[in-house]
Ligand binder design. Structure first.
Ligand SMILES: [Ca+2]
Ligand SMILES: [Ca+2]
Ligand SMILES: [Ca+2]
Ligand SMILES: [Ca+2]
Length: 499
């Protein structure tokens, strides 16, 4: 498992916290036109405001602020659909809808009332405006005393639509019966973001659906109803990778690289900020060509143990050498370590004969998955970015905690017995950053990002994968594709034949 490098494009837009409003004050005039009651209203209509039995007035006794105000007809109905001003499509924010209102006469009315409704966008509506049913959310009643000087009115944006991310219209209706006194209205301000398209019949702009409001659109959100998770990042991107170990380190032994063989795939689940929420590993044990009882661990290089919040799925059977903290990481480590299992034979028991799935003469055991999930702290300042991950797997040989076998170049953990470095064929030299390699740079552990077969028992991998030595001895500069199934690359007869 080499260092994870990924370049995920974050589609989540930064959500502005600055309060936005949509307003009308009747003063706007299209360029090149004279201000007038008709021009001003036409301009606001072109910007998708709508008026039902409401005109603009510049009569001084009627207007409220500036040179123009809204003026209702004489209401004759209690139906809120009769006389109104209606906003363009907006994405409502929180706060108060405010406007100024007065009446032209204080007397003569049987009833006068302001009613506020909203409607959602309904793409299936038969109406050209695609408005859903209007829902009443507030009102104020003025009989018997009607103010003839402007009042400042304020109504809360209903919670049902505030910050929903969806488009709504707000309608303010002027209803009443009896008498002729009219409503004068001005300076209407609605918290929200203008979301109408004047060039498309004033229909709403496209809405990015984001059910959990984590800033990642549903279409891009692998967890559309979970604001704590957004993306799956699979390694390998497709299929499985292979881990192979030779367990006689620091000697090369038979160099058959089948002492522990597993396929792997893991999912780094990240949130909308691309911080790591959890990693879900599937480690599929395929072969154990060993007589030793080997465990398996994973170090998260450079990540403090406290960054981990939980570990599930490990099988360590309370082995005496495994000391685990409450968060599931191993005690006494500088970096976070998770011991996946204490003994491979407890994961994939032998069906008979020596080892498992390395000798064609012995029965075959179906590979077994171990699913381990490691969860991380995602609090601000604590969270780990996906590019901060460097996964460092290792074998723990024969219940001896300090006897770790890492990939070539893999850093030993705090528990590694460094006295073993430089013994046998090992040429580890921390001073020059050389770890777990022979003097010729041959490794004791291999990870490749595809599923590959492994040597039969006691067959040297150098005889099986013809370009392996070239790859290892060049430290990866040559024969990087040594593991592929290409003509001349493998001696198939020396590979264990998995059914
Ligand atoms: Ca005005
Ligand atoms: Ca989302
Ligand atoms: Ca989500
Ligand atoms: Ca071996």
């Amino acid at each position: 498992m080499k260092k994870l490098l990924t370049n995920l494009c974050l589609l989540g837009l930064a959500l502005s916290t600055q309060a936005q409003t949509v307003s009308v004050n009747c003063e706007s005039t299209p360029s090149g036109q004279s201000p007038s009651t008709t021009n001003n209203r036409a301009f606001d209509q072109a910007n998708c405001w709508a008026f039902g039995a409401v005109t603009y007035t510049n009569t001084s006794s009627q207007r409220i602020s500036g040179n123009y105000s809204m003026r209702s007809n004489s209401p004759t109905s209690l139906d809120p659909a009769a006389c109104w001003v209606k906003s363009p499509w907006i994405k409502p924010g929180t706060g108060n809808i405010t406007f100024k209102l007065k009446f032209e006469s204080s007397t003569g009315a049987t009833n006068r009332r302001v009613i506020l409704t909203y409607c959602a966008y309904d793409p299936n509506s038969l109406s050209a405006s695609k408005e859903g049913t209007h829902i009443r959310f507030d009102s104020i009643t003025y009989v018997p005393s009607l103010p003839t000087s402007a009042q400042n009115l304020s109504f809360s944006v209903p919670a049902a639509i505030a910050n929903s991310g969806q488009p709504y219209k707000v309608r303010i209706s002027f209803v009443g019966t009896g008498g002729t006194t009219r409503f004068n209205v001005d300076d209407l301000v609605i918290p929200g973001t203008y979301w109408a398209d004047p060039s498309s019949n004033c229909l709403p702009l496209p809405v990015i659906q984001d059910a959990d409001s984590d800033g990642v659109a549903d279409a891009n959100d692998a967890y559309p109803n979970d604001a704590t998770r957004a993306y799956n990042n699979m390694y390998p991107a497709a299929g499985k990778g292979t881990l192979m170990f030779e367990d006689l380190w620091p000697t090369t032994g038979d160099y058959d690289f089948n002492d522990y063989v597993a396929s792997y795939r893991y999912n780094v689940v990240t949130n909308a900020s691309n911080k790591v929420v959890e990693i879900k590993f599937t480690l599929t044990t395929r072969a154990i060509g060993a007589s030793l009882k080997n465990g398996f661990g994973l170090q998260f290089d450079n990540i403090a143990p406290a960054k981990v919040t939980a570990v599930t799925g490990t099988q360590t059977h309370n082995a005496a050498w495994v000391s685990t903290a409450a968060n599931g990481t191993e005690n006494g480590q500088t970096f976070a370590n998770v011991i996946f299992f204490d003994d491979a034979f407890k994961i994939l028991p032998s069906p008979g004969g020596s080892g498992v799935n390395v000798d064609p003469a012995n029965p075959y055991a179906t590979p077994v998955d171990l699913n381990v999930t490691v969860s991380f702290n995602t609090a601000p300042g604590e969270a780990i970015g996906i590019n901060d991950l460097n996964l460092n797997p290792y074998l723990i040989v024969n219940q001896e905690r300090g006897r770790e076998v890492h990939l070539a170049g893999g850093l030993p953990t705090s528990k590694a017995n460094t006295a073993l470095f430089g013994t046998g064929q090992d040429a580890t030299n921390p001073g020059i950053g050389k770890y777990y390699k022979t003097k010729n740079n041959l490794p004791w552990a291999i990870a490749v990002e595809v599923e590959i077969p492994y040597p039969k028992t006691k067959v040297d991998i150098l005889e099986v994968y013809k370009n392996f030595a070239s790859w290892a001895e060049s430290s990866g500069a040559s024969s990087a594709d040594w593991y592929l199934d290409m003509p001349g690359y493998r001696d198939t007869n020396k590979l264990y034949d998995e059914p």
